[in-house]
Ligand binder design. Structure first.
Ligand code: ZN
Length: 375
């Protein structure tokens, strides 16, 4: 099991927002895909990119991120599935010769799915030396995943959602915001940004986000044996202290009634969003000194309005447009213009410039751009 059962085929930068040295680099790797199944991996990788782009705060921070796809061939398809698991779960009882040797039923939990963390780290670093985070997509339709040094997840229908949650663990050090196995937390204040043991209004971890009128703690888990099913005592989106986190029911709190780190399929809470954004913010394109040029020349007859478009501009660039008459016009302004912007795709914009000749004579003009920040 392991590297003898496959090979790294190659690396493709599937989201390119600039030099790896200047961006936050996510590496997406294949596990349990045979040589003939690499196309299916490409589809799964693209699906995950789309999922990430439609998830806040990743959409807002998109221009900070590069994504690299590493095609990895396994000799056999899928992942190991022990026939019985300590938690009572069952599997196909099959082993597969795969590159990262991923298996279900890790640590006695049937849905825990991962392979060699060390090999995932080494493979990502060899492919992309500037790697910041790793995702491994496992070629199985059974529900499973885990978050360690890499985020591992399967092709189950909720797969991309598992991936985003696990990335929360592996790349942004977010804790689970639920209890499931520990009655009362006793390990002291945790390091993760989205769980706390401190119930003092002035000193709790996200104190600045808690309104004075919000009761603290905001909601407890009576009996410390299950997450409460009671409705939130405060309006949706309110930040407070809700019991449950890091797998304990009591003695530890998370920021909002519901968050993706508690239940899949929900938004990240405000505290988790800010933790992710803070990590990504230094990688956003910064002022790079203007690059200027003339995109088009045109002619307008007296009082005419016409529209020009220019396409395939990287959406992450900051571009300003100016239209300047090249025919002398005095003593009044010669033209006015409006800029329309079309988001043609996830990565590209088209600019539409509508220009009006304000004079009673024909005039010529230049359409000029100024790129203030780019990748
Ligand atoms: Zn959260």
């Amino acid at each position: 099991m392991g590297t003898a059962d496959g090979a790294v085929l190659g690396t493709t930068k599937i989201v390119d927002h600039g030099a790896d040295s200047a961006r936050w680099n996510l590496v997406v790797m294949a596990e349990g895909f045979t040589a003939a199944e690499q196309d299916a991996f490409h589809v799964a990788a693209e699906s995950f990119v789309t999922k990430l782009f439609t998830t806040e705060p990743f959409r807002r921070m998109w221009c900070a991120i590069n994504v690299h796809r590493v095609d990895v061939r396994s000799d056999e398809s899928g992942a190991d599935e022990p026939a019985t698991c300590a938690d009572g779960g069952t599997g196909a009882g099959t082993t597969r010769r795969t590159y990262f040797d991923a298996s279900f039923c890790r640590d006695g939990t049937n849905r825990l799915l991962y392979g060699s963390e060390a090999l995932a780290v080494a493979t990502a670093a060899a492919a992309v030396p500037a790697v910041h985070a790793r995702v491994v997509i496992v070629n199985s339709t059974r529900y499973g995943g885990a978050g360690g040094s890499a985020a591992w997840f399967s092709l189950a229908p909720e797969a991309a959602e598992i991936g985003v949650h696990e990335l929360g663990h592996s790349a942004f050090q977010l804790a689970d915001e639920y209890g499931d196995s520990i009655a009362t937390w006793s390990a002291g204040e945790p390091s993760e940004p989205n769980v706390t043991t401190v119930t003092d209004r002035a000193t709790t971890k996200w104190a600045s986000r808690i309104a004075a009128a919000t009761p603290l703690p905001t909601q407890e888990n009576p009996g410390c044996a299950a997450m409460t099913t009671a409705a939130s005592p405060v309006p949706a989106g309110t930040v407070g202290l809700f019991a449950g986190g890091s797998r304990a029911f009591c003695g530890i709190y998370h920021p909002q009634h519901i968050c993706r780190m508690q239940v899949l399929g929900n938004e990240f809470c405000a505290v988790c969003k800010e933790a992710i954004s803070a990590r990504l913010r230094p990688f956003l394109p910064a002022f790079s000194g203007p690059v200027v040029g003339t995109q088009f020349h045109g002619t307008l007859t007296a009082r005419q309005t016409a529209r020009w478009f220019t396409y395939d501009w990287p959406a992450c660039w900051h571009v300003l447009w100016t239209v300047v008459p090249t025919t002398p016009v005095t003593p009044t302004p010669g033209v006015t213009w409006k800029v329309g912007v079309e988001r043609a795709s996830r990565e590209r914009t088209t600019y539409w410039l509508t220009v009006t000749n304000l004079t009673d004579a024909s005039l010529e003009l230049d359409g000029r751009y100024e790129i203030v920040a780019r990748t």
